[in-house]
Design a binder for this molecule. Structure first.
Ligand code: HXC
Length: 522
C-alpha cells in the first residue's frame, strides 16, 4: 500500500483559500449580479462600507444548514444566509450581522438564528452596540418551525439587550415578516429610499385578505415608514449614504448603559452668546418660527442630528452636543400645527426620552406648545394613553434634565414637557414665555361664559379681561416668583446657562423606588 504523503503547509493554506473563496462567493455570481442590478450592494460590500477599513473579523463562516427536504440538500452555502462578526466604527468596537440576499433571499434559517444569537451574546458580554444589516425575505419556508423558533430566539435577545447595548437596524432590501419584527424591537431603524421595504405581509397577501391594492413603495417604502408609520427613524438616498449615516449615529451613542456617551474636544466656546436668539420669537404670539434655528444656535456648531425628522413634525427630537458632550433634544416645532401635542408626537418624544435615559444622555427640552390637539379622532385613538407616555417617560428619567420655555407652555403641555415638579433639574424661561392653563382668549371665554363680556356690546369689557390675563400669564415672572421656573434668562445666554447646569449635574445620582419594572401606558 502506498504511503500517505504528508500535506505541505502550502497545500493546507491553499485548501483554506479555496474555502474562503467559496464563502465569499455567497449565492454565486448570477445572484450577485441580480443584487447589483437592483441597485443593492452585497452583504460583504456593505460591511466594508460600514466598518473601519480592515477591521472586520468574521465568525461562523463555515456553518451550513442541516435540512434536506424541498431540495435543501443542494442549497448549502458556507455561512448560510448571513455574515456575522465584529469590527470597529470610528475606532470603537461593534458587533455586526449582514443578511446575504444572494443565499436563499437572506431567509431567516435555524443557523442564521444561531449565528445572530451568538454575535448578540458576544455584544452583550463585551458591552458593545449591535448593528444588523437587514435584507431578508423573512422566515425560511423550507425550515418550518425551526425558522420560527430561531426568530423567537432573536426577538427574546432583542428584548434582553434593550436598554443595555444600543441596537441599530439598517434596512437594505425587501424585508418581510420576522425580518421587520426584530428591527421593530431595536432602538433605531434606518431605511434606504427606493430599495428597502418593510412589511409584515406583502401586497399579494393584502390583496387576498382585504382586497386592497397597494404597491410595495406605498405599503412599506422608506418614506412611508419615516413619515407615516414612524417605524423608521432615518432615511438616506442610497446604501453608501445609509451606512455613512449609521456611522454618524453611532458617534452619539455610548457603547452600553454603564458608559457615558462619547464626548468630543469642544471647538465651540461654552460662553458663546448669540444675540439673534433675543429676537427669534415673533412679537405676534400667533406667528410661528423654526425651533430648529433655536436648537442649532444653542448647540455646538453643526452638531444637531435630528431623529424621526419626517414623522410627527410638530415635535422635534434628536442628538446634539453642548461643549462636546452629547445631549438629547426634545422640542416642539411651532411651524407645524403650532407645536400642538398629538398622538404621534407623544410616541415620538416618549420613546426618544426613554432611549436617552437608558443610555445616560442628558435631556434638554425646548417648550412652545399650546397643549394637546383637541378632536374626536385624537380622543378616540387614545390621546390620553399616548400623551401619558410623555409624562411617564420624563418622570422616570433620572439623567440630568433641563428645560427652556421659549413661548407657550399651556396646560397639559406645560406639565408633561419636563416641568419642574416631574423632577426637572432646571427650568429656564425666556422673557417671551407664557405659562398658563390656557391662552388668555380661551380663559376669558370659559370663565365669563355667561357674562355680557361675550356679547358684541361687551367687547370692551372682554378686551380688558383678556389684557388682565395676559399681564399675569403671558410673562414668566409669576411662575418664577413661585419657584415653578428656576430662572428667567436672556435667550442669547441660553447656551452658557445650559452648559453650566450640565456641568453641575454631570454626576447626578437619583434613586428610584424598587420595582420589577414600571407599567408605561402603551
Ligand atoms: C425561503 C424564499 C422566501 C422564503 C423568497 N425566497 N421568500 N426562500 N423562504 N420565505 C427565495 C426566492 O425563491 C428566491 O430564491 C430568493 O428568495 C429571492 O426572492 P425573490 O422573490 O426572487 O426576490 P424579490 O423579487 O426581490 O422579492 C422579495 C420579496 C418576495 C418581495 C420579499 O420574495 C416575497 O414576497 N417573499 C415572501 C415573503 C414572506 O412572506 N416571508 C415569510 C414571512 S412570515 P432564488 O433561489 O430564486 O434566489 C415570517 C414569520 C415570522 O417571517 C413572522 C413574525 C411576525
Amino acid at each position: 500500500m502506498a504511503e500517505k504523503t504528508p500535506r505541505s503547509h502550502h497545500d493546507l493554506l491553499d485548501e483554506l483559500a479555496a474555502h474562503r473563496a467559496k464563502i465569499e462567493a455567497g449565492g454565486g455570481e448570477k445572484r450577485v449580479d441580480i443584487q447589483h442590478r437592483k441597485g443593492k450592494l452585497t452583504a460583504r460590500e456593505r460591511l466594508t462600507l460600514l466598518l473601519d477599513s480592515g477591521s472586520f473579523q468574521e465568525v461562523d463562516a463555515y456553518i451550513t444548514h442541516r435540512h434536506s427536504d424541498f431540495g435543501m440538500a443542494e442549497k448549502r452555502h458556507p455561512g448560510d444566509s448571513v455574515i456575522t462578526g465584529f469590527g470597529k466604527i470610528h475606532g470603537r468596537r461593534v458587533c455586526v450581522y449582514a443578511q446575504d440576499f444572494t443565499v436563499l433571499g437572506g431567509s431567516f434559517s435555524e443557523v442564521q438564528g444561531q449565528k445572530v444569537a451568538k454575535i448578540m451574546d458576544m455584544a452583550m458580554d463585551a458591552g458593545v452596540p449591535v448593528i444588523g444589516l437587514n435584507d431578508s425575505v423573512g422566515a425560511r419556508i423550507q425550515e418550518g418551525v425551526y425558522s420560527l423558533a430561531a426568530y423567537a430566539e432573536l426577538f427574546w435577545r432583542n428584548t434582553q439587550a434593550s436598554g443595555v447595548i444600543p441596537q441599530i437596524s439598517v434596512m437594505l432590501g425587501p424585508c418581510a415578516g420576522g425580518s421587520v419584527y426584530s428591527p421593530g424591537l431595536t432602538d433605531f431603524v434606518l431605511m434606504t429610499r427606493g430599495t428597502s421595504h418593510m412589511f409584515i405581509t406583502g401586497p399579494e397577501v393584502i390583496k387576498t385578505v382585504t382586497r386592497e391594492e397597494v404597491d410595495l413603495e406605498t405599503l412599506g417604502g422608506a418614506m412611508t415608514h419615516s413619515a407615516v408609520s414612524g417605524v423608521a427613524h432615518f432615511t438616506a438616498d442610497d446604501e453608501p449614504a445609509t451606512l455613512e449615516l449609521t456611522r454618524k449615529l453611532l458617534s452619539y451613542l455610548p457603547s452600553n448603559n454603564a458608559e457615558p456617551a462619547p464626548a468630543v474636544e469642544p471647538t465651540d466656546p461654552a460662553w458663546r452668546t448669540d444675540e439673534s436668539l433675543n429676537t427669534i420669537i415673533p412679537t405676534d404670539p400667533g406667528t410661528a418660527y423654526d425651533m430648529r434655528d433655536v436648537i442649532r444656535t444653542v448647540a455646538d456648531k453643526d452638531s444637531f442630528l435630528e431623529v424621526h425628522e419626517h414623522f410627527a413634525e410638530n415635535a422635534i427630537v434628536g442628538f446634539a452636543r453642548l461643549h462636546g458632550q452629547v445631549v438629547g433634544i426634545v422640542a416642539q416645532q411651532p411651524l407645524v400645527l403650532a407645536g400642538v401635542i398629538d398622538i404621534d408626537a407623544s410616541d415620538k418624544m416618549a420613546r426618544f426620552i426613554r432611549f436617552c435615559d437608558a443610555f445616560n444622555i442628558p435631556l434638554i427640552t425646548f417648550v412652545d406648545s399650546p397643549g394637546f390637539l383637541p378632536g374626536v379622532n385624537q380622543e378616540h385613538s387614545g390621546i390620553i394613553r399616548h400623551g401619558a407616555k410623555i409624562v411617564y417617560a420624563y418622570s422616570e428619567a433620572t439623567v440630568p434634565k433641563l428645560t427652556v420655555v421659549t413661548r407657550k407652555a399651556y396646560g397639559g403641555a406645560y406639565i408633561v414637557m419636563a416641568s419642574k415638579y416631574i423632577r426637572t433639574d432646571m427650568v429656564y424661561a425666556w422673557p417671551t414665555a407664557e405659562i398658563a392653563v390656557m391662552g388668555a382668549e380661551g380663559a376669558v371665554s370659559i370663565l365669563h361664559r355667561k357674562s355680557p363680556a361675550q356679547d358684541a356690546e361687551g367687547a370692551e369689557q372682554r378686551e380688558k379681561l383678556v389684557a388682565e390675563f395676559q399681564e399675569k400669564f403671558s410673562k414668566p415672572y409669576a411662575a418664577a416668583a413661585s419657584g415653578h421656573v428656576d430662572d428667567v434668562i436672556a435667550p442669547a445666554e441660553t447656551r452658557s446657562k445650559l452648559i453650566a447646569a450640565l456641568e453641575l449635574l454631570r454626576d447626578k445620582q437619583v434613586s428610584s423606588p424598587p420595582k420589577k419594572h414600571g407599567n408605561i401606558p402603551l
